[in-house]
Design a protein around this ligand. Structure first.
Ligand code: PMV
Length: 322
């Protein structure tokens, strides 16, 4: 089969990945852990075109150019190298994530592309291999291959893949403060952090410890510890990024107000914790039975969506092809 379609969902990290050890192999400096969401999917069809002279990429029915086309072409170069095929491909994607809003559209995008391309080019389809390939497109895509909860180990080229981890059922309340594109890509900001943030070494050591504690909190089904690790790790990431030269600040005044509200809710006995990626949107986590109350309280800050643990990357049938 030379045409394949796959779907994948974004994920939000509870222990964040921020900084690369090797930017060609996309090896992270630390491990990370995330929940895959059950909405905002990306669907991607990869069609091998033996007679074509270049790859093409269509996103939401528009021909992509520039950087986003280049990233897909570079990714397909890796697929060609692994498969031994020289065929170019036509890639068509539909993205239901608000693109570049700090909601990790690159995670669902490259996870879906990795699986569809693996199928179309005859590469191995087991989740570890697809996760390893997805990593080359975008670090966070490594984890979107896995359903529900995933741990991505720093590792080396072969072992730096995501694996499932059991965690207590929870909900993510995504507060979309701003769905516009971000000013500085996570790729650029990560580089600047590694080069200029004086807090960077502390970020790496504290994140390694946070991941160990997170894994044991998950094994204990201890939501309170999971929440505390999540919020602390997110705010440490933002502190590290803010300390760059020149500084980068992703959190908006509105984002900070949401973190304050989350603490107030906690003080009032509604247990919820916050996190935020490289953008102004804030994600609260809560036990399933508390999610609606948390969502209601955060609705005044932006559009609110309640998300459950979602599926991993999956192949779709030919009738779903784009
Ligand atoms: O892989 P990228 O470039 O999408 O970077 C992801 C960085 C964060 O979303 C901020 C953290 C994470 O672990 O997802």
């Amino acid at each position: 089969m030379t045409t394949a379609t796959a779907r994948a969902y974004p994920n939000i990290a509870l222990v964040k990945y921020w900084g690369k050890r090797d930017s060609t192999l996309m090896l992270p400096l630390t491990g990370s852990m995330s929940m895959t969401l059950d909405d905002f999917p990306t669907t991607t069809t990869v069609e091998r075109m033996p007679a074509a002279e270049a790859d093409t990429f269509q996103l939401n029915e528009e021909a992509a150019t520039g950087e986003s086309l280049r990233r897909v072409q570079k990714f397909l170069d890796i697929v060609r190298e692994r498969s031994g095929s020289t065929d170019f491909a036509a890639v068509r994607s539909r993205n239901e994530v608000p693109t570049a809003a700090g909601l990790a559209s690159s995670a669902s995008g490259f996870a879906a592309l990795a699986l569809a391309a693996s199928m179309a080019y005859g590469l191995p389809l087991d989740p570890a291999e697809v996760s390893r390939l997805a990593r080359r497109g975008s670090g966070s895509a490594t984890r979107s291959v896995i359903p529900h909860f995933a741990v991505w180990r720093a590792g080396d080229d072969v072992t730096s893949v995501a694996e499932p981890i059991d965690a207590p059922d929870m909900r993510m309340i995504v507060v979309v403060v701003d769905a516009g594109g971000k000013e500085i890509s996570s790729r650029e900001a990560m580089k600047r952090t590694v080069l200029t943030s004086p807090f960077h070494d502390a970020w790496v050591t504290s994140t390694e410890l946070a991941l160990d504690s997170m894994i044991s909190a998950c094994a204990d089904q201890d939501f309170t510890r999971i929440g505390r690790i999540t919020e602390t790790n997110a705010l440490r990431m933002h502190a590290t990024i803010q300390a760059c030269d020149p500084p980068i600040r992703y959190l908006a005044p509105q984002s900070v107000a949401i973190f304050d509200r989350i603490r107030e809710l906690r003080d009032a006995g509604l247990e919820t914790y916050g996190t935020a990626d490289a953008g102004p949107n804030v994600v609260a986590i809560a036990r399933p039975e508390d999610a609606d109350a948390v969502a209601q309280s955060l609705a005044e800050f932006g559009t609110v969506r309640v998300m459950a643990p979602g599926p991993g990357a999956a192949l779709l049938s030919d009738s779903d092809a784009l």
